[in-house]
Design a protein. Structure first.
Length: 335
């Protein structure tokens, strides 16, 4: 029987990357061979040699548009607001601290020209808030970037928490497997005959929450809106090489729309697909992924793809040889 403890490992604080590398593509790459479980240690730039003409890279082109602000109640008490998703003109779904004490009607001030009023309580601790005043200057500041809770350093350039192909607004977190690609690297891959296609999945804040139930099948999976354009569905069905997803969010999107081996629909819908060992993959032949936290749905997904023992062995080798983990960390290729 599958247990949550099967996905537990010790992650030292020192292994968690606190800042992106100066050069996105200079990260290390752990290549886990899907069929044999063998591990090779590479540089991310080696992907040009690893991938073959005719392969198709599928990328999640979502853009992080969530933002974090710090303000005060009229009493002077401090409030932190994480705006997750825009739902109307100056209206957002948000998480607030201290959330329980902030009820509808409460006004929060963010300086002299901006304030937010809590409109109503939503599910899972979220609240509907409406801003009045000019939001643009606040959103443009680096401190507004909603970095993951395990990153404790300030990010000087907010674009470093965006992929270079980020285009469609809507995410609360970056699809971090794609952070290693640069325009130059994508051009080199194109010149070799490796095609690219895009999907969109709006990454939610629940992506950072570990599974809490010892029986993973009882974990309530969070829903995320995703989209496969017609041209991407066509590229997949016409691909004669390998289909390689960049990130677990891309895998989830492709498998959500799959109707059979290499058969996929286009469209837009909410996905509640929970991929764990035993899942029959229909679309992807390989995937790029960063190194994930213990007991997470992402770790379960890659274990479903490559086998739990092979993945945990790869993680053990990565920790022993100094790989950098999580959002700003190094990359793994399962192929």
């Amino acid at each position: 029987m599958e247990r949550l403890s099967d996905y537990e490992y010790e992650l030292p604080e020192a292994a968690i990357a606190q800042r992106p590398l100066d050069d996105r593509s200079s990260s290390r790459l752990l290549w886990l061979h899907k069929d044999s479980g063998a591990v090779e240690h590479k540089s991310f730039l080696d992907v040009v040699d690893i991938l073959s003409p005719g392969d198709l890279l599928v990328l999640n082109n979502t853009r992080v548009t969530a933002f974090r602000l710090r303000g005060n109640k009229p009493t002077g008490a401090q409030v932190e607001l994480l705006a997750i998703k825009q739902v109307g003109p100056k209206a957002y779904e948000a998480l607030l601290k201290p959330g329980r004490r902030l009820q509808p009607g409460t006004v929060i001030h963010f300086g002299p020209s901006l304030r937010a009023t809590i409109q109503e309580n939503l599910s899972e601790g979220r609240k509907l808030v409406r801003f009045s005043g000019d939001l643009s200057p606040k959103i443009a500041t680096a401190e507004a970037v909603p970095l993951p809770p395990y990153v404790h350093e300030q990010l000087q350039d907010p674009e470093r928490y965006q992929t270079v192909y980020a285009e469609k607004p809507g995410s609360a977190a970056a699809p971090t497997a794609g952070l290693h690609f640069t325009p130059e690297l994508l051009e080199r891959l194109k010149a070799k005959g490796i095609a690219t296609a895009h999907v969109t999945l709006d990454v939610g804040i629940d992506t950072f929450r570990p599974v809490q139930t010892e029986d993973p099948s009882r974990h309530p999976i969070h829903g995320e809106v995703c989209e496969v354009p017609p041209e991407t569905a066509q590229a997949i069905q016409e691909c004669r090489g390998r289909i390689i997803a960049v990130g677990t969010t891309t895998v989830r999107t492709l498998e959500t729309f799959a109707t059979g081996p290499r058969k996929i629909l286009s469209g837009r819908r909410e996905s509640r697909l929970f991929i764990r060992p035993g899942y029959p993959f229909k679309i992807v032949d390989g995937m790029f992924t960063n190194f994930h936290m213990p007991k997470t749905t992402m770790l379960m997904m890659i274990s479903a793809f490559a086998g739990r023992e092979a993945v945990m062995n790869g993680y053990d080798q990565a920790l022993r040889t100094g790989y950098r983990f999580l959002s700003f960390g190094d990359s793994m290729l399962i192929l």
